[in-house]
Design a binder for this molecule. Structure first.
Ligand SMILES: Nc1ncnc2c1ncn2[C@@H]1O[C@H](COP(=O)(O)OP(=O)(O)O)[C@@H](O)[C@H]1O
Ligand SMILES: [Mg+2]
Length: 398
């Protein structure tokens, strides 16, 4: 069928034609933000899930909705290797400049901008990657101790006070939170705890890999009480159906029931895979309705496309030793697996593999669902490992 009209959108952060199955969570977050705006107690929401389940697109949609409702938002993605303050400072500045256009909030927004100037100056020593334009001179004593935990708290307090004056709220949307270093996470948690105690309208909506929950708990033991950690995962069948059928119908086409069934079987309902399968089934089909045969032919191309992008980007960043560890995991199946079993495959001691395992967790490739267990953070990664490193020669290498 006409590739120009193909509605599907596989790709990291690519908004899907139909954001299926997430209405309840969107409503939870809407309520949380509105409650915060009114000074009512409410928990920040941190969505956790594997790669490709739709965290980023959900976060973006929630942000759009919040903006449409008059909420001031900040959107950052924590990348590997940059500090949280460096990411946050320029975005906060933008939000404060917008807030300062509100007559009632103006004075406090300016004060917050002075706080931001002090914050950035004082932390420049520790976080040399902070780059932010200064609109005002710092106010001595305001968020300028040089200690992140203290200064972030002071800064979010003045920011919150400004948002409150505007009868608005500030919502921080932070993606890939698992990449934020623990002391920086701790500072963020403390600051949010403080604004919550003072009923200031500041709220965090975050997303990250499943290890985030444990990281937050280790950073501050009370994090579990301050945040909700909804798990987002594969779509249940009715939602998967909607994700596939709705976009096709919107193009005045249709798909056979057994074609749809095969897509669900091949993708296990994972959103990224649904997009990829939908796209390729559409492209290989010569006419509507899309048949089971189309999906079968499209499957091969969907897998090739995934291997070249979704799976490949992560694989290329691994050392040979790390690849071997993951290959050994794949040998045991989808997982989770016991560390001892993985070590047995590699004929090594668990302790000697510990550094490799830790590094893979830091890189966001694996996580530990419970003590001593290891699982992939990417769905169907075991099958990919078998395709990319076939046979068993890898066992022989050191
Ligand atoms: N609820 C959904 N319904 C249909 N497709 C979705 C849904 N959520 C995400 N997708 C698709 O899945 C892919 C991955 O989404 P993304 O937000 O990048 O995932 P994550 O951030 O969890 O890795 C994108 O192609 C997106 O269009
Ligand atoms: Mg993402």
């Amino acid at each position: 069928m006409d590739p120009v009209a193909n509605p599907f959108a596989p790709g990291a952060g690519a908004p899907p034609p139909e954001l299926a199955g997430r209405d309840e969570l969107r409503e939870t977050v809407r309520v949380a933000i509105e409650r915060v705006r009114r000074g009512m107690p409410s928990k920040s929401v941190l969505m956790v899930g594997l790669r490709g389940v739709g965290k980023t697109v959900l976060l973006d949609r929630m942000r759009d909705n919040a903006e449409a409702g008059g909420i001031h938002t900040v959107r950052i993605e924590a990348p590997e290797g940059r500090s949280l303050p460096a990411m946050l400072a320029p975005e906060l500045r933008q939000a404060l400049l917008r807030l300062s256009r509100n007559e009632k909030a103006k004075d406090l927004a300016h004060r917050a901008l002075r706080g931001l100037a002090g914050f950035a100056k004082a932390l420049k020593l520790k976080f040399s990657d902070i780059e932010v334009g200064f609109d005002f001179d710092p106010e001595p004593g305001l968020a300028d101790n040089g200690d992140l935990e203290h200064d972030l708290q002071a800064l979010l307090e003045v920011v919150g006070a400004a948002a409150k004056k505007a009868e608005a709220a500030l919502a921080l949307f932070v993606d890939e939170l698992q990449y934020v270093q623990e002391p920086e996470l701790a500072a963020l948690i403390t600051a949010l705890h403080r604004t919550a105690q003072r009923q200031l309208p500041v709220v965090l909506v975050g997303a990250g890999l499943p290890q985030l929950r444990g990281q937050m708990g280790r950073a501050k033991s009370y994090a579990e009480r301050l945040f909700d950690f909804p798990m987002i995962g594969a779509l249940p069948e009715p939602a998967a159906r909607r994700a596939i059928e709705k976009p096709i119908q919107d193009q005045s086409a249709s798909i056979d029931e057994d074609a749809f069934r095969l897509i669900v079987k091949e993708t296990r309902g994972y959103p990224y895979f649904l997009q990829e399968w939908g796209k390729h089934a559409w492209d290989v089909a010569s006419q509507s309705p899309i048949t089971r045969d189309d999906v079968e032919r499209g499957s091969k191309e969907a897998i090739v496309a995934l291997d070249e992008s979704f799976f490949r980007v992560r694989f290329d960043r691994l050392t040979p030793v790390e690849k071997r560890y993951l290959r050994a995991m794949a040998e045991l199946g989808p997982g989770p697996h016991r560390s001892g079993d993985i070590a047995d495959v590699l004929e090594r001691k668990v302790s000697s593999l510990a550094p490799t395992r830790s590094q893979l967790i830091v890189k966001g490739m694996i996580w530990s669902p419970s003590h001593g267990d290891t699982a992939f953070t990417v769905p169907l990664f075991d099958e990919f490992m078998h395709r990319i490193i076939p046979g068993d020669e890898w066992k022989a290498s050191p």
